[in-house]
Structure formats: structure tokens, C-alpha cells
Design a binder for this molecule. Structure first.
Ligand code: HEM
Length: 343
């Protein structure tokens, strides 16, 4: 067995992860790697392997499922809002949350936001200097999804700066960033926001999540807060990376640029985002999928070094798509601004 690779998530990886993914796919498609904040995991980088991992019932999201049945009930959930976050749960908990959330977070709600998104996007573009180089990420790609998520959730204008600071800290893997403080700050803010919306509903998503019910079931305050935190994490950095990579793709690919600029009609109605995702998919690997504590069946014993309770991390990269034409983001075939495939 190869030694743990401690270097994957270090240094230049975050500036350009695709060469590292390419190396892994060709040389070590299932590789034990060190995680940035300690511990190890198995990183899976080939499309077929990632798909197989997603549908393997032995791999779960909720860490409690890795415990023997007699210990599961008393085992603590993840702290704070993470314990109720649907992306970290398995059926039936995940199914229940997803069913309730999808009654409030609908395609119609997203579509109705479109005119407002266009105003926000145009405002940010107008504010960029026209004759000097611009920092696309700081001036557009990062603030746009943040503003859209605030709009979606119903976060008042006055609170958006603090909201942005917490959210950036939450997805930052650097040691000097206090994720604990950011999580607490964000969760406390969202608890207060939920109470405000309870008293004065405004039709935005937090209000809708508070009100949603089905067959006598409702989301608890903690579940609404967890959904707010999840939407921030899930929708913010992903979209910022997509915009950055799409623009980089057009800027550095002369053939693509000539093709698009030669005739603006060739620009697909939904932009070049799909192309960017196929070429340079979401750079960050997916969430951990720990292996259930189960005695391996005899035919499992030959599996490559997997021990019970080992977490698995689906990585994503361009070549992760089968034959280049399929989805680049192996974890989620059709990325769109709505809840995706949970596991
Ligand atoms: C280019 C943009 C995006 C990409 C590439 C992307 C990718 C993904 C991936 C790979 C997952 C699965 C994560 C895992 O299980 O490990 C996921 C889940 C999720 N995403 Fe996105 N996403 C994008 C944008 C968004 C946006 C804009 C939102 C909402 C505002 C969003 C909300 C969610 C939610 C709620 C989940 C959890 C779904 C569940 O557990 O059932 N995503 N996304």
C-alpha cells in the first residue's frame, strides 16, 4: 500500500488543483491523503469510481451510522447547525428534510429572483473600472453569489457585510481562519433572523422555510438555521469558482474566445458556465463519506485498502467526466441553483 500523501491539499493546489487531480487520476485514482485540518481520507478522482462510491450503501454521510447500532442512538450529532444539515445526513433524515425544503425552495422562487439578480450583476459590473485591470473575484465573482443568497434568504442590506465575512471564513481551509467563530457568529445571527421572520414574515426563503409544512411535519428552528448555513456554503464559493473559471477559460483559450466573440449568437443562452464546469469543474472535493461499521462480506475483502469507518472524499476534476462529454462535476451531474443530489 502507498504511504499517505500529505501534500495534495497544500501550497499550489488551491491556485490550480487540476494538474494534481490529473496526476491522481492517472497514477493513484483511489489515494489516501491528509486532510488540511488533520486526519486522513481516501480521495477518489475517477468518474466511474466516484459514481460507484455515491451509490454504495456502505458509504454514508452521518458519522453516527459508522457506529455499532447499540451506540448510535446516544452518539452526539455534529455540533451546532451541522447536525441538522441535510448534506451531512442519510435517508430517512435526508429524505424528510429534502421534501420539506423543496416545498419552499422551488424552481419558481429561483426564476422570480432573476430580474433582481440581473440588477445586482449589472450594478457590480458598472462599479468596475472600465480602463484598468480589475480583480474579477473580489469585484464580481465573490460578491455576486453572496448578494444573491442574501436576497434569496431575506438578509437585510445592513447585515450583509457581516454575513459575507462569516461565510468566507466558513469555507476557508487556512489555519489562521477561525471557522468555529464564524460558524457561531453565523448561527447566532440566523437564529435571531428566524425569530424576526416568525414575527414579520416577508416571503423570502427563511420565512418560507419557517412556514413550510407537510403532513403535520415542519422544520424546526435549528433545521431552518442549518439550511441557511448550508445554502451559504453550497451556493457561494461554488458559483464564485464557476464565474472565475469560466472567465479564465474564455481568456486563455484563443479558439473558444474567437468562436464566441466571432458571433455573440454562439454564446449559449445560459452562458459559458456549463462549458467551464466540463473543462474545470468545482475545484474543491466533495463532503466526506465515512464507511459504515460493518463486517466486510467475503467478497469485499479485496477492496483497495478500505477499512471500516474510513472516510471517502470524492474529488472532482475535468477528466472525472466519462469520455470528456459527460458531467465534469462527478458529485452532481447538473449543477443548478437548487438543492442538488444529496449523496
Ligand atoms: C456551480 C455551482 C455549483 C456547484 C458546482 C455545486 C455542486 C454541488 C455538489 C457537488 C453537491 C454535493 C455535495 C456532496 O454531497 O458532497 C451540492 C449539493 C448541494 N448544493 Fe450545490 N453546487 C452549485 C451551486 C449551488 C447553489 C447556487 C446552491 C443554492 C443556492 C446550491 C445548493 C446545494 C445544496 C442545498 C446541496 C445539498 C443537497 C442535498 O443534500 O440534497 N448549490 N452542490
Amino acid at each position: 500500500m502507498t504511504a499517505v500523501d500529505a501534500s495534495v491539499f497544500e501550497g499550489s493546489f488551491w491556485r490550480d488543483p487540476y494538474p494534481a487531480y490529473e496526476r491522481l487520476r492517472t497514477q493513484a485514482p483511489v489515494r489516501e491523503v491528509a486532510l488540511p485540518r488533520g486526519g486522513t481520507t481516501w480521495l477518489v478522482t475517477r468518474y466511474d469510481d466516484v459514481r460507484a462510491a455515491f451509490t454504495d450503501p456502505r458509504l454514508v454521510k452521518d458519522h453516527r451510522a459508522t457506529l455499532p447500532p447499540e451506540l448510535r442512538e446516544q452518539a452526539p450529532r455534529l455540533p451546532g447547525p451541522f447536525g441538522s444539515m441535510m448534506v451531512l445526513l442519510d435517508p430517512p433524515d435526508h429524505t424528510r428534510l429534502r421534501r420539506l425544503v423543496s416545498r419552499a425552495f422551488t424552481a419558481r422562487r429561483t426564476a422570480e429572483l432573476r430580474p433582481r439578480i440581473e440588477v445586482l450583476a449589472a450594478g457590480l459590473l458598472d462599479a468596475l473600472p472600465a480602463t484598468e485591470p480589475v480583480d474579477l473575484l473580489a469585484g464580481y465573482a465573490v460578491p455576486l453569489p453572496m448578494a444573491v443568497i442574501c436576497e434569496l434568504l431575506g438578509v437585510p442590506d445592513t447585515d450583509r457585510d457581516a454575513f459575507g465575512t462569516w461565510s468566507r471564513a466558513l469555507v476557508d481551509d487556512h489555519d489562521d481562519v477561525d471557522q468555529q467563530q464564524a460558524t457561531t457568529g453565523l448561527a447566532e445571527y440566523l437564529y435571531a433572523l428566524v425569530e424576526t421572520k416568525r414575527r414579520a414574515p416577508d416571503g423570502a426563503l427563511i420565512s418560507a422555510l419557517v412556514e413550510v409544512s407537510e403532513a403535520g411535519d415542519q422544520l424546526s428552528t435549528e433545521e431552518v438555521v442549518a439550511m441557511g448555513v448550508l445554502l451559504l456554503i453550497a451556493g457561494h464559493e461554488t458559483t464564485a469558482n464557476l464565474i472565475g473559471n469560466a472567465v479564465l477559460g474564455v481568456a486563455t483559450d484563443p479558439a473558444l474566445r474567437a468562436h464566441l466573440l466571432g458571433d455573440p449568437e454562439r454564446i449559449p443562452p445560459r452562458g459559458v458556465g456549463g462549458h467551464a464546469l466540463r473543462g474545470r469543474g468545482q475545484p474543491r472535493p466533495g463532503t466526506l463519506r465515512p464507511a459504515r461499521a460493518a463486517r466486510p462480506r467475503p467478497r469485499d475483502r479485496g477492496a483497495p485498502g478500505l477499512r471500516s469507518r474510513d472516510p471517502l472524499l470524492p474529488g472532482r476534476a475535468p477528466g472525472a467526466s466519462r469520455g470528456g462529454g459527460g458531467p465534469a462535476v462527478a458529485a452532481r451531474p447538473v449543477p443548478r441553483p437548487a438543492p442538488g443530489r444529496g449523496r
